[in-house]
Write a protein that binds this ligand. Structure first.
Ligand SMILES: *Cc1c(COP(=O)(O)O)cnc(C)c1O
Length: 371
């Protein structure tokens, strides 16, 4: 492969000297689990969510799971979730024994369609879980109004949307709980890790108990809890990444703007941000109106990393599909099905150079002519 053909990866997790030094500092300190770095990370992260309480855990999935537990959701409750998401969103609902009710997405934002949410409400509905997919904030103004009208809890899945906002309010600062992931490919990482944000001090306390065997004082267990603690190595890396997040986010937004300005292929639909939305482009996701498999193969040939998030909507995955089949339950999710068939994500990460961006544009525009 010549230099020009070198692969531009779809994602590029950063582990630089700063991260390595932070990890080594913690390892040398001997305080490695649920210590001062975790407390400092929680404190610093809370600035990203309008000063809400923050509770660090070991993954975004744990953040979702514990938040649903802390809000008292369980058997008999229904939670409205988009099927067009990573399975973790729905899995958290099933892990607490509640029922998943799928609602369709908006065609432009790929996030929950508020009208579909309202139509999915039943007497058993207890909560709504909007997912800020690809880094685009869901229509939280309308979703919060629906939740208030019907007395429902809201758990934001902000695992892809660190520092996204709607009308100036950051994601994670709308609902009863906001959840973030620090998996390596996310906009910032802590190797593995997660965070919950909440305005409710009681919910925060319950989360702290749940993550640590139900203990605040050692061996004075108050409730049944799990062990989903964050290590101090992770927290120290997360703190370094948090200082870098603003610059990275600006780069993602600028990279996305460049791609949108220059991609002119008529059968490639570039992403749109809703009015008032600060889209942080965890993914830059286009729709390919044509033979997507062929398009992806050509992008790969040109050395442009590309991927489909997500090829199979959650309601078609075995643990959801089989029980629905048995119960004779079907979902009407045309925009979810269409998105799953059409989307392709292109590289947008902060490490892209101007030359990388130009190569992506050229590859996509050439593709357009051939499809
Ligand atoms: C990554 C992700 C999660 C889960 O986060 P982990 O840290 O991998 O457990 C949940 N929801 C969405 C939408 C995600 O992208």
């Amino acid at each position: 492969m010549s230099d020009a053909q070198e692969l531009i990866p779809a994602a590029k997790p950063v582990i630089d000297e700063q991260e390595i030094e932070a990890a080594v500092r913690v390892l040398r300190s001997g305080r490695v689990v649920q210590g001062p770095e975790v407390a400092a990370f929680e404190e610093e992260f809370s600035e990203l969510v309008a000063g809400r309480h923050c509770v660090a855990v070991n993954s975004g999935t744990s953040a979702l799971h514990l938040t649903l537990m802390a809000l008292g959701l369980g058997p008999g409750d229904e939670v409205i979730v988009p099927s067009f998401s990573f399975a973790a969103s729905a899995n958290a609902v099933r892990l607490v024994g509640a029922d998943v009710v799928f609602a369709d997405i908006d065609a432009d934002t790929f996030c929950l369609d508020p009208a579909a949410v309202e139509a999915a409400i039943t007497p058993r509905t207890a909560a709504i879980m909007p997912v800020h997919l690809y880094g685009h904030p869901a229509a939280m103004d309308r979703i919060m109004a629906i939740a208030e009208k019907h007395g429902l809890a809201v758990v934001e899945d902000a695992c892809q949307a660190h520092a996204a906002a709607l009308n100036g309010t950051p994601v994670g600062a709308f609902g009863n709980g906001g959840t973030f992931s620090f998996y390596p490919t996310k906009n910032m990482h802590s190797l593995e890790g997660g965070m919950v944000s909440t305005a409710d001090a009681e919910v925060a306390r319950t989360l702290r108990l749940l993550r640590n065997q139900g203990m605040e004082q050692r061996y004075a267990n108050e409730i049944v809890g799990a062990n989903v603690r964050m290590t101090d190595v992770s927290a120290a890396i997360g703190r370094v990444q948090l200082t870098r997040l603003p610059g990275w986010t600006e780069r993602r937004i600028a990279n996305a703007a460049h791609l949108t300005e220059h991609i002119t292929a008529p059968n490639v639909v570039t992403p749109k941000a809703a009015e008032g939305a600060r889209h942080v482009y965890h993914q830059y996701t286009v729709r390919v109106l044509g033979d997507r498999d062929a398009a992806m193969a050509r992008l790969t040939e040109a050395g442009i990393g590309n991927a489909v998030y997500y090829p199979t909507p959650i309601h078609r995955l075995k643990p959801y599909w089989e029980p629905d089949q048995k119960a004779g339950r079907t979902w009407d999710l045309p925009e979810t099905e269409r998105a799953a068939a059409e989307v392709v994500s292109l590289p947008v990460h902060p490490a892209l150079t101007r030359q990388d961006l130009d190569r992506i544009v050229t590859a996509v525009n050439t593709l357009g002519e051939k499809l």
